[in-house]
Ligand binder design. Structure first.
Ligand code: GLC
Length: 422
């Protein structure tokens, strides 16, 4: 078992070795670009060793922001052939190529944490003044483009947008998307065993959606009308909700952005009411829902638990979720597994179908703390700590054995360890 100091040094070393000169790759080989929520989380790790480098991470992410406000899920800062689907396949013709979807909007919450934790207050102040208008545009984009009818619930168009790619929560909706009818070479399997990655039948549909966005000329109205995959994803909705709350506070403190407060507050209210339609009493949980068929899926995942992080559950609902969570942790005790082991589709080793992800456990712990669930919060922290002590800084961990899986020397795992555990 590694000593604390040694672990800290290792984590900082990982950030440095994944640094491409201003942005951090999640891990070399498997993910050679800058990812949206990885960048935000990784910046928290940089805060522990180099604050100016932390702000730079956010600046480079926002360099990829679209004119309509979207912050893409991948920014292709360099040309690399070892990743598929890369910039060419996505076909976004901009000075800085990107994908055409976003990722969970944890960014504003993290920027707020960074300003609060900064030792160099002057640097943080200047950085925030630069970044805040871009965060505002990003959140306006979410609500305008992804909830054009003001329902209170934003939709997601791709499992990759959830950040929880092959979660069983959307198996049924993804199966309704046509598969592509051409052959292609996956590059993820060059780096990681196939029993830890999504199946071919899922990849065929991921690619269909990528082609669909391009065929629609990335037109928001066309995509909203015709996209064959539209999901009310509790994870995305909750993370966005919390981030908008944090953004409102940042805007209130800056006179030049105060005009946005009322709009965002109205959106928060709308979501707080609308999210109740996703509560399922039988499952004692919020559930994801197909926004086209309106079918709800009784699949409990860390995404559905994130309603606590979003502060969207009533006290009574939160207590019911707590009861489920206790059972969850009794079956798979290495922190919270990404899928509840009682679900049919659960697999302890396959990516988002069971394994433990450290940054998600951190978000859950924040949610548990908000509701005063101290014991569970401590339990998550202790088992997350065991994982890195025993296995190191992997992308994710087998939830039954604690073994490291996926990419090694992983940026967000190192960053969250620095921020939360060490
Ligand atoms: C995978 C994960 C996603 C993450 C990306 C880079 O696609 O599912 O959440 O952002 O890898 O680490």
């Amino acid at each position: 078992m590694a000593a604390l100091n040694e672990l800290k040094e290792q984590a900082i070393e990982i950030l440095k070795s994944n640094d491409m000169g201003g942005y951090t790759v999640p891990t070399h080989g498997l993910y050679p670009f800058q990812w949206n929520w990885d960048a935000a989380i990784t910046a928290l790790g940089w805060m522990k060793t180099d604050e100016s480098r932390a702000w730079q991470e956010i600046d480079l992410l926002l360099k990829g922001q679209w004119e309509n406000g979207m912050v893409p899920h991948i920014i292709f800062h360099q040309q690399v052939d070892s990743y598929f689907p890369g910039a060419k396949k996505w076909g976004v013709e901009k000075a800085l190529p990107t994908t055409a979807i976003s990722q969970p909007a944890v960014l504003a919450s993290i920027v707020k944490m960074m300003t609060e934790q900064a030792q160099d207050k002057a640097l943080a102040k200047t950085a925030l003044a630069r970044i805040l208008p871009q965060l505002v545009e990003y959140h306006h984009w979410w609500y305008r483009d992804r909830d054009p009818e003001n329902s209170g619930l934003v939709v997601s168009y791709h499992p990759w947008e959830s950040g929880m790619d092959n979660s069983p929560a959307w198996d049924k909706s993804l199966a309704a998307v046509p598969p592509v009818d051409y052959s292609y070479t996956r590059r993820d399997l060059d780096h990681v065993d196939s029993d830890e990655r999504p199946h071919a039948k899922e990849y065929d549909r991921y690619l269909y959606l990528v082609d669909f966005f391009k065929a629609a000329n990335f037109d928001s109205d066309v995509i909203y009308r015709d996209c064959p995959y539209k999901m009310y994803d509790v994870g995305i909705i909750s993370i966005l909700h919390k981030a908008t709350k944090d953004l409102v506070e940042l805007c209130r403190a800056d006179a030049s952005q105060a005009e946005h407060v009322a709009t965002f507050e109205a959106r928060l209210k709308l979501t707080e009411t609308a999210v109740q339609s996703l509560w399922n009493e039988e499952q004692q949980s919020f559930l994801n829902q197909d926004a086209i068929t309106k079918e709800q899926f009784p699949v409990l995942t860390t995404g559905t638990l994130l309603a606590l992080y979003g502060e969207l559950a009533t006290t009574e609902q939160a207590e019911k979720i707590q009861t489920v969570l206790r059972d969850w942790l009794a079956i798979t005790p290495y922190a919270v597994s990404s899928t509840y082991a009682k679900c049919e589709a659960y697999e302890p080793q396959r990516y988002w179908r069971g394994p433990v992800w450290l940054h998600i456990n951190w978000l859950l712990a924040l949610g548990l703390a908000t509701y005063g669930f101290e014991q569970e919060q401590q339990q998550l922290k202790a088992s997350a700590s065991d994982l890195i002590h025993e296995a190191g800084y992997y992308e994710y961990f087998n939830c039954e054995t604690g073994a490291g899986c996926g990419g090694d020397a992983f940026s967000w795992t190192a960053a969250i360890a620095l921020h939360w555990l060490l």
